[in-house]
Structures are given as C-alpha cells and as structure tokens.
Design a protein around this ligand. Structure first.
Ligand SMILES: [Cu+2]
Length: 454
C-alpha cells in the first residue's frame, strides 16, 4: 500500500475511534457574536474582563489576557513565535483560540464554565456601521440588537479600541471567501516557509484593513476584536474540512508556544495533528450559515472586492512601475507574478496591482481606468516574523481572466506596464492609517524583487 494511502487510512480510523467516544451532547457550539443572547454576550465579556483583571497583578501570569495576547504578539517571551506565512498558520491559530477559550471558561466558574468565543462573520453585511454592533460605540443600537441594555462597563471593553473605518458592506464577500477556501492543499495551507493564498490574500489584507492594533502581528491580540476576527478564519477552515480533508504536511510540527495552558486541557494542543478535528479533539463545532447568495465570483476585481477597491481611490503613497514583456498567452488566463516582495520593517501596507498599455497615463483615481486595469492586491505585514526564522520576502501570483479584462487583453499584444500602488495601512502600534505620503522608510521597506507574467 502506498505510504500516503496508509497514512490516510490510519488517520481516518483513528478519527473514527476518537469520534465514537465523543458524544454529540458534549459538543459546545460557537456562534456569531450577532447571534448571542444578551446573557451569553455579558457572560463572554465578563470572562474577558476576568482574564484581563489577572493581567493587572502580573502581566504574564498564566491564563491572563496579557499572557494569551503575548503568545501571539511577543513570541520571544513564549519560546517560539506565532506562526504566520507557513502551513501551520491554521493549526497554530486554532490552538491559540482554544487556549484563550479555555482560559475564559476557567476564569470564573460556574458562570463562565461554558463560555465560547463568538465569531465575527465579516462575509456578511455588518450589524453595526462597519463592525458587529457590539464593537461600536452606539449603546442604543446594541440595546435594539440584543433586546435589552448591556452592562456599559462591559461594553466598553469591546467598543473602545480605535480601528479604521470602512463602508457598511461585507468586507470579503462569501463567494470570494468560499472559493478561496476550496483550493488545493498546497494553495490553501502554503509551505513550510510561505503562507497559503488564503492567508496572504485575505487574512493579511483584513488585518491591515481593520487597522488599529490589528495592523500588526506585534499588537493584534491587544484588541478584543482579534479573537472574534480570528475565530471566523477557524470557521472557514472548519467549513473547508466538511468536504476537504488535508493531511497536515507536518503532523508532528510543534505549535510554538502552545504548551498546556489550562487545567481544563492539561494535555494541550501542542502539535498540528492535535487540532485537525475540532469536534473529536477539541469538543466544539460551529453554528454557521453561509450567505444564501449563489457562489458566483464577480468577474472583475472591483466587483469582487468593492471595499478594497474603494481603498484604491486614495492617493497611493508610492507607485512602483515595471515594464513587462507581453505574456505568452493573450487569450484565456494570465498570471502576474510579484516575486521577493520584501517584508517591511514596521509598516503594514496594501498594494494594488494594475496592468495597462505602456505609455498610457497611470490614473487610478479614474473609475474607468480602475475598472479596466486593476487586477489584484497584495497585503504585507511588518517583518516581526522574519526575525523568528521566517522568510523576509514572499511571492504573490495574481490570476487575471482576460475575458473579464478586454482592455488588458487588447493591450497584451504590445508592451505593458505593471504598476503597484502602495497604500500604508498602519504603523506598528499606531491606531490610524499613515498619511499618504512617501518617505524614505517606505521607499526602503517596500521592495519588490521582480514582476513578470507566468
Ligand atoms: Cu491574524
């Protein structure tokens, strides 16, 4: 029997055995924060407050908020690093979330004994202006949503941190997310030293786009929205796993920092293989209904991702221009390859990629220009993780269906320009987007090794 088949079968049998011992009644169900009852919401925030209070006596005492956030934000303190831009991204964050949830459940039992971390479904139109209503400063709207007032002292824990603004529409629509969640194993998980497409195109962009503490890996978990934000990535992985079972490329990979965290789970999810089946191994499932709209991808970038396209209207801080020879294929699909995109020192940025005839003026503020030539984006986090053994540059491949871009197709028989417009989203620790102006740091920190057609 081929080795991979043997491994698959033995893993399946093991899962069946574990599953048969896990009773459905023991499963806890994570819900959308919009679907919690007023009591459930208050219990969740009460537990958050309890673990935060622990941090005031000793910031790093186990099971405290600072400890949990530090596992993500300050890897050096916890014997490793949070795992980004690697195939262990999904497993590491699932383990991190269950540790946080266990800490909440242990914070003040019996009241908190069944607390679940609620997710923010950012594929649906927000219940507030930009975020779930509970994360915004509008107590009347919160009262209307949950049917009674929520303790204001608890509410401020969620609504206080500064974040970027965004229009009131789905941040990444479900057709985009579900399509990206069903790609092949290598594309979804990535490799040992580079992230999968979902992580790079959607996760990284969302962090910069939410902004505030979420801008950067060294501060993201300081904002309580982080946990609900990331739980939705776990929903996506769980949803994928209903139909696609990836054999973890490195089942015995240690999830950095994930030592046993609480008495609730003394054995701890410390390796990738400990978290592949949430129901059987971790005791939870999700209540989640995808958007009812049929999963049909809009044809152009602007129609697929209106929220991000809107961001492209701002004046870019810097534009990098590449003269590129026409692609080999001028029909069907082409892919724009951006290679060795450097990780900046301390700036998170979004870059929009345009393909247009050489010699034509670059006018991204013009809607017609954008609709014709804007084909994709790259989102880049600061390089905190480069210091922890990760690559300090990444490659990005942007697929362009020429049938949807007739202007690019018409131009593709001649010389082309690829312009990459750089928009800084936030600076490490900074709550607001940077002013759109180029400076020497930006120039130095946003290098792109090469651009070509694949
Ligand atoms: Cu993240």
């Amino acid at each position: 029997m081929p080795l991979f088949l043997y491994r698959f079968l033995s893993a399946s049998i093991a899962l069946l055995l574990v599953a048969s011992f896990a009773h459905a009644a023991d499963l806890r169900t994570r819900k959308s924060i919009d679907d919690l009852s007023a009591d459930e919401l208050e219990t969740y925030i009460h537990a958050v407050k309890k673990v935060r209070d622990k941090s005031t006596t000793d910031p790093l005492v186990q099971f405290s908020y600072a400890h949990m956030a530090g596992l993500h934000n300050i890897p050096a303190l916890f014997n490793g690093a949070c795992m980004h831009h690697t195939y262990n991204f999904w497993a590491w964050h699932r383990a991190h979330l269950i540790n946080y949830e266990d800490a909440l459940r242990a914070s003040d039992p019996p009241r908190t004994a069944n607390v679940m971390v609620p997710y923010w479904d950012w594929t649906k139109k927000p219940s507030g202006k930009r975020f779930p209503v509970v994360f915004e400063n509008d107590t009347a709207a919160v009262t209307a949503h949950y049917g009674r007032p929520i303790d204001p002292a608890l509410l401020t824990i969620l609504s206080n941190p500064p974040r970027n603004s965004a229009p009131s529409q789905p941040w990444f629509p479900w057709p985009v997310v579900s399509t990206a969640a069903r790609t092949g194993t290598a594309s979804f998980l990535g490799t040992a030293s580079d992230g999968g497409d979902f992580e790079k195109d959607i996760h990284d962009a969302m962090h910069g786009f939410v902004g505030g503490a979420l801008c950067c890996p060294s501060s993201a978990a300081d904002d309580v929205i982080f946990w609900s934000f990331h739980t939705f990535f776990d929903v996506v992985w769980w949803w994928r796993q209903q139909s696609i079972t990836d054999v973890p490329p490195c089942e015995d990979c240690v999830l950095n920092g994930m030592a046993p965290q609480t008495a609730l789970r003394p054995d701890g999810p410390t390796m990738a293989k400990n978290v592949t089946n949430p129901a059987a191994q971790l005791g939870y499932t999700y209540q989640f209904t995808p958007d009812a709209a049929p999963v049909v991808l809009a044809s152009t970038y602007s129609d697929r991702l209106p929220v991000l396209a809107e961001l492209s209207l701002q004046r870019p801080a810097l534009v990098r221009e590449f003269s590129v020879n026409a692609p080999a294929s001028t029909s069907g699909k082409i892919a724009v390859a951006l290679q060795q995109v450097a990780a900046p020192a301390d700036i998170a940025y979004m870059a929009f990629v345009y393909v247009y005839p050489r010699g034509a003026a670059f006018t991204p503020a013009d809607a017609q220009f954008r609709n014709r030539y804007l084909v994709g984006h790259v989102a880049r986090w600061p390089s905190q993780h480069a210091q922890a053994g990760h690559a300090d540059s990444s490659d990005y491949l942007i697929s362009v269906d020429l049938a949807s871009y007739p202007a690019v197709q018409a131009a593709a028989s001649g010389p082309l320009t690829v312009s990459v417009a750089i928009h800084p989203q936030a600076q490490k620790g900074g709550p607001t987007p940077l002013a759109p102006q180029a400076d020497a740091d930006l120039e130095r920190n946003t290098k792109i090794g090469s651009v070509s057609f694949k």
